[in-house]
Design a protein around this ligand. Structure first.
Ligand code: TMP
Ligand code: ZN
Length: 398
């Protein structure tokens, strides 16, 4: 039986994607034989309702370099982190000499903006990347103690697209206990289970996303570690996220939005196995529809390209069995992915410029979380008669 990573009670499985590779391990074309696969399956804790992966990626295969990056050169994300910095500067970082710490770095946009405003800042990032002042470590009690000894307590610990990938949440909270001042807060944002279910966004489920939070499960987790969920805010980025604010227990009056969101989640049955099994049935339907559509389009002589070799696309391509026969290449702006093939599905990755050279008849938008930005940037594709294929919330062409 699988046990909850936070409360140790039984986890009930509701979906099995079967054999999946690591979503960020892009092999060279000749090296695609020795790939590591694991069983990607997801379940819900019968006690604290935390939705989580069933299996861990064994330590020796996990990516140790650091917390993954997610700004991905997106101008929308750049604006998002800049705005978040302004918000924090106005709300939490107003004391005499505030100190903000980010777990991971997300290209350093948030911390740089805080730094430009004269605020002391530090990223905790094992790879050392980010272009800002960095403490090279994973965030835990030991690194938190080093940071506090050197800088004093933190007013804010911020994390975007990071907490959901840390299997050992107890270590994170132990670090917060050490580093946060008495009125300090953890502010973190991650994909929201409510949006994943609403949009059948099954591709948010991959090796680097271990947890799929709700206000209810985060509230329960915070309590378990001596903290309290005091704020929730919906964010439009990355296909729908929630920003959670967590304080030491009893230090702040929780915003009414917390209880409201928990109530809404209960009304939607987000913690009910029946709701998650309904989600699972829809995921199976998307696979059937997508494979049929791509097969029909190819049989009719259309050209197809993938757009954005996202981490999410690994789940889609491998679960749906998409390979170069259906999707001959995928274009992506990340130099480190170009010239390689996608994990498990072995679709060649080409530079962004390959998209227009010549335009395909159809583009499968793997980076659908950046749809607005990409469709605006690629207006000429549609003007030339090209069409986008999306598979969330259902398979459709626009
Ligand atoms: P992520 O959503 O998994 O963080 O990654 C986004 C991927 O999409 C990343 O590999 C870069 C790629 N991308 C493009 O190729 N073109 C774009 O316009 C955007 C926004 C992203
Ligand atoms: Zn639990």
């Amino acid at each position: 039986m699988t046990r909850c990573r936070v409360c140790d009670q039984a986890v009930q499985e509701f979906f099995d994607f079967e054999r999946q590779p690591l979503s960020s391990a892009f092999p060279l074309p000749g090296e695609a034989d020795g790939e590591f696969f694991f069983r990607l399956a997801v379940g819900i804790c019968s006690s604290c309702t935390l939705v989580q992966l069933i299996e861990d990626v064994p330590q020796e295969h996990a990516h140790h370099q650091g917390y993954p990056y997610h700004s991905a050169g997106s101008s929308v994300m750049h604006k998002h982190f800049t705005q978040t910095a302004y918000d924090l500067l106005e709300t939490e970082l107003t004391g005499p000499d505030p100190f903000v710490v980010e777990i991971g770095a997300n290209d350093g946009v948030l911390l740089r903006t805080c730094g430009d405003a004269g605020v002391r800042h530090l990223a905790v990032e094992p790879s050392g990347a980010g272009g800002v002042r960095v403490h090279r470590a994973f965030f835990d009690a030991a690194s938190a103690a080093d940071i506090r000894a050197e800088n004093g307590p933190a007013d804010v610990v911020y994390a975007a697209n990071t907490i959901c990938g840390v299997a050992d949440l107890a270590a994170v909270f132990a670090g917060l206990d050490v580093l946060l001042g008495p009125d300090g807060v953890l502010v973190f944002e991650d994909p929201y289970l409510g949006e994943i279910v609403e949009r059948t966004a099954f591709d948010q489920i991959y090796d680097e996303h271990v947890f799929f939070f709700t206000a209810r499960s985060v509230r329960s987790m915070a309590e378990r570690f001596g903290f309290e969920l005091v704020g929730v805010e919906r964010l439009p980025v990355h296909g729908g996220q929630i920003r959670y604010t967590i304080a030491h227990a009893g230090r702040r009056v929780p915003s009414p939005a917390v209880a409201e969101l928990v109530r809404e989640e209960t009304g939607r049955g987000l913690a009910d196995l029946a709701t998650l099994e309904d989600f699972a049935a829809k995921v199976r339907g998307i696979r059937t529809d997508l494979v049929a559509l791509l097969g029909d389009l190819r049989a009719a002589g259309n050209t197809i390209a993938g757009y954005g070799a996202t981490a999410k696309s690994s789940t889609v391509a491998n679960y749906c069995g998409l390979g170069p026969d259906l999707v001959p290449f995928v274009c992506d702006t990340t130099p480190g992915k170009q010239g390689r093939v996608t994990p498990g599905s072995h679709i060649p990755v080409r530079p962004a410029a390959a998209f227009a050279d010549p335009y395909p008849d159809y583009a499968l938008l793997f980076a659908w979380n950046h749809a607005e930005e990409i469709m605006a940037k690629e207006r000429a594709f549609r003007a030339a008669g090209g069409r986008w294929i999306l598979y969330v919330p259902t398979v459709h062409i626009v």
